[in-house]
Design a protein around this ligand. Structure first.
Ligand SMILES: [Cu+2]
Length: 424
């Protein structure tokens, strides 16, 4: 027994003291990395009233960390003291005792007090956080493999009228300083929606509607990622909430609802439009698009995609990311500029999107990240593993999970890019 124990502790060729040191170094590294500046998913940097409620005050996470920190320090201190003081130095085994009512009562009451101190204010906060009936707008949030869809019913939102429904993906745009009621659900498996700077997480479960209140103090972009393992590309399912001031939110709504105009005949973009109709419209919708006979082109994702849905591509270029907000529609440089913009300048930059920093009259947007969008059209499952391998399709009854490789050639991709760019 003795021998096998000592074998265990030298496993991997590391002595125990070395292992402890390594563990401490890894832990310290992780903690420091977590404190790094520019960590947009930092739990300790709330940017809205709900996240602040989770962070601060009685029952907040700081309060709980302090109490558990004190308890941990006492326990670790006592254990270390005992380990050193009573180390086996060959002394006699001490006399065994049993029963110490004073100690037992103290050790029952003390933890009960500690737990009650944590539990009572926490439960109160949970109820407060669940309130969402003061919300001024509604956004339906639907998770699917592996992206989020946001649909805005026609409504008046923070004083701004959304006269027709809007459907978008990846980035949810909301007015800053206005409480928004999210109604979260899923079309396939369970996902979980979390924007750490704005609120806690909420699961997206098929067949259920889970409310969550979202409010951002100031204009800016607040990012997060799906936090419920949901299959192959779970790690590539990200999301963002973009808060804009009232005037910018109005502009965003107007842009989304602008009527469709076909690109001028004979242009590359017009060729892209017909490519789009033949290659893409069976899964994707572009609102207002009509075919050569003037009939609306309607998508049919139920017959092509496992979740029964693909992102609505109307005004794709008003977004800054794509495919589960995992790749950027704007270049890295422009993204850094946008994400770090002061809140007064953020709205104008966001609304300009790929056209940010572009001189008046130029016909190519300076901030457009063409490389990754082309790569996506060339071979989407090569970028984001999606179970789109046709050999596996029998398992989903012929339906794709995610976007398949459509075998487009470079010329078709040129046309499609030109088309997607024309639409805002
Ligand atoms: Cu997910």
């Amino acid at each position: 027994m003795e021998r096998s124990n000592s074998n265990m502790s030298t496993l991997g060729g590391m002595r125990p003291s070395r292992r402890v040191l390594t563990a401490v170094a890894v832990l310290a590294g992780t903690v420091l990395a977590g404190c790094a500046e520019n960590a947009p998913q930092d739990l300790f940097e709330p940017a809205g009233p709900n996240a602040r409620k989770i962070d601060e005050g009685l029952g907040g996470q700081r309060f709980i960390f302090i109490i558990s920190g004190i308890v941990a320090a006492i326990v670790i201190g006592a254990v270390s003291y005992i380990v050193v003081k009573f180390k086996d130095r060959g002394q006699d085994i001490p006399e065994q005792t049993h029963g110490n009512p004073k100690l037992e009562i103290a050790l029952t009451i003390l933890p009960a007090i500690i737990l009650a101190t944590i539990a009572v204010p926490t439960v109160v906060k949970v109820f407060e956080l669940n309130e969402s009936d003061d919300a001024a707008c509604v956004v339906n949030v639907t998770g699917q493999q592996w992206w989020w869809e946001y649909d805005y019913p026609a409504q008046t939102c923070g004083g701004i009228t959304i006269k027709d429904p809007i459907i978008t993906s990846g980035e949810m745009v909301i007015p800053a300083g206005v409480p928004v009621q999210l109604r979260i659900t899923s079309r396939d498996v369970i996902h979980s929606f979390w924007i750490p700077a704005l609120n806690g997480k909420r699961d997206a479960v098929p067949g259920r509607l889970h409310p969550l209140r979202m409010e951002a103090d100031n204009p800016g972009i607040y990012v997060g990622q799906c936090t419920e393992f949901c299959g192959l590309s779970h790690a590539r399912m990200r999301q963002a909430v973009v808060a804009l001031d009232a005037a910018d939110f109005q502009t965003w709504v107007d842009n989304q609802l602008e009527p469709y105009t076909s690109p001028e005949a004979g242009t590359l973009a017009a060729e892209g439009e017909s490519q789009y109709i033949s290659q893409c419209s069976r899964c994707h919708q572009v609102n207002g698009l009509t075919d050569s006979e003037g009939n609306p082109v309607l998508s049919n994702p139920d017959e092509n995609v496992y979740s029964g849905s693909a992102p609505n591509l109307t005004n794709l270029m008003t977004r800054t990311g794509f495919a589960g907000f995992t790749w950027d529609l704007i270049t890295e440089e422009c993204r850094n500029e946008l994400w770090n913009a002061p809140s007064e300048e953020f709205g104008d930059m966001y609304l300009a999107g790929v056209w940010m920093n572009t001189p008046e009259g130029a016909d190519r947007p300076v901030c457009f990240n063409e490389v990754e969008l082309r790569e996506w059209l060339r071979n989407a499952p090569g970028m984001k593993p999606m179970y789109a391998n046709p050999a596996q399709l029998e398992k989903t009854g012929g339906l794709y999970r995610g976007m398949p490789n459509l075998g487009l050639n470079e010329q078709q991709i040129d046309q499609l890019i030109a088309y997607l760019l024309v639409r805002k």
